[in-house]
Design a protein around this ligand. Structure first.
Ligand code: HEC
Length: 332
């Protein structure tokens, strides 16, 4: 809208002055737009100020600097924010990590999902469930159908009732969900000093800064600063709201032996398990981006075609000239 305004229209403000000076007559004088080609230096400056490009670039610079500030500090400039919690109560804000699937056109690193599953299974599954993931979900993502079947069969599931009305145990199938570590919440709390290890299926969506937070949490354990009282059985972690978490540090160098030979450093383990958890929370990610690219290709070609058709159809009308020949009065 702004760009469509001729710069001279702003000048109509001057006409107000004229009105004041010459109140008897309304003078609506329009100052013509002068361009940079004007000879004198002062008029060059003036014409730059007048020009539409100056108007446009000032608008872009304003919008750009507001966007940059908002990106840097997370709030709009000059708009105050009131926090109910202190920063310590909210936890330290995690840094932004360059996840390999962050880009618009990037898919998940599936080798990392496979390693992450291994970390989940060998470490986190001792305390955390992953209720929303079934064995079949792993097929074609991180494991082959045969591998997933073999892993499912290692777990015993209760099924039934059979002909005698009794429940029985059977080896798992692809359609079964990953087994939870505890039968119910009470058992989970009882084994973790009253704290409940949350289900990890949607954890990257359930926390502010998602994967960045979980990575920072897993790698962020350290000694509490001087003066920070920490209760027995709790652990200091600056990223956790309140800074005292009942989950102890679980990832250490060489804790897991990767089958593909990747060095299993703490940060590598954390990166892989977070990539896996991110997939668990957002399994449609790759398909979504692929569909997005298809939509962009499709709709931009349709737009080009419709622009062409519009020009084609209108060319007759746009090139038409209408003449008016006044009737000649033959009587004279
Ligand atoms: C020994 C048991 C145990 C293991 C092993 C374990 N956790 Fe936890 N985890 C917990 C408990 C207990 C909590 C709840 C902490 C609290 O609320 O203070 C928790 C909480 C969490 C949270 C939620 C933090 C929040 O913001 O609420 C995440 C994320 C998490 N664990 C990830 C993991 C991952 C990933 C692994 C594997 C690498 C793992 N945990 C291994 C016991 C465990």
């Amino acid at each position: 809208m702004l760009f469509r305004l001729p710069a001279s229209s702003l000048k109509s403000v001057h006409s107000l002055k004229d009105v004041a000076a010459n109140s008897s007559r309304l003078v609506a004088r329009r100052t013509p737009v002068r361009f940079a080609s004007s000879s004198s230096a002062s008029s060059t400056v003036k014409s730059v100020l007048d020009s539409r490009a100056a108007l446009a670039s000032a608008a872009i610079a304003t919008v750009g600097s507001i966007a940059w500030y908002t990106h840097l500090y997370g709030t709009l400039p000059f708009v105050g924010q009131v926090h109910a919690n202190s920063p310590a109560e909210e936890g330290l804000h995690p840094p932004q990590y360059p996840w390999s699937h962050n880009g618009w056109l990037d898919s998940y690193d599936h080798a990392s999902i496979r390693r992450g599953y291994q970390v989940y299974r060998e470490v986190c599954a001792a305390c955390h469930s992953l209720d929303r993931i079934a064995w079949r979900n792993l097929v074609g993502v991180s494991h082959t159908a045969d591998e997933a079947k073999a892993m499912a069969e290692e777990v015993e599931y209760e099924d039934g009732p059979n002909d005698q009305g009794e429940m029985f145990q059977r080896p798992g199938k692809l359609s079964d969900y990953l087994p939870p570590p505890y039968p119910n919440e009470e058992a989970a709390r009882a084994s973790n000093q009253g704290a409940l290890p949350p289900d990890l299926s949607l954890i990257t969506k359930a926390r502010h800064s998602g994967p960045d937070y979980v990575f920072a949490l897993l790698t962020g354990y350290r000694d509490p600063p001087a003066g920070f009282e920490i209760r027995e059985g709790m652990n200091y972690n600056p990223y956790f709201p309140g800074n005292a978490i009942s989950m102890a540090r679980v990832l250490f160098d060489e804790l897991v032996e990767y089958e593909d030979g990747t060095p299993a450093t703490t940060s590598q383990l954390a990166k892989d398990v977070v990539t896996f958890l991110n997939w668990a929370a957002e399994p449609e990610h790759d398909e979504r981006k692929k569909a997005g690219i298809k939509a962009v290709i499709l709709f931009s070609s349709l737009t080009l075609i419709s622009l062409y058709v519009k020009r084609f159809k209108w060319s007759v009308i746009k090139n038409r000239k209408i003449f008016y020949n006044p009737p000649v009065d033959k009587t004279h």
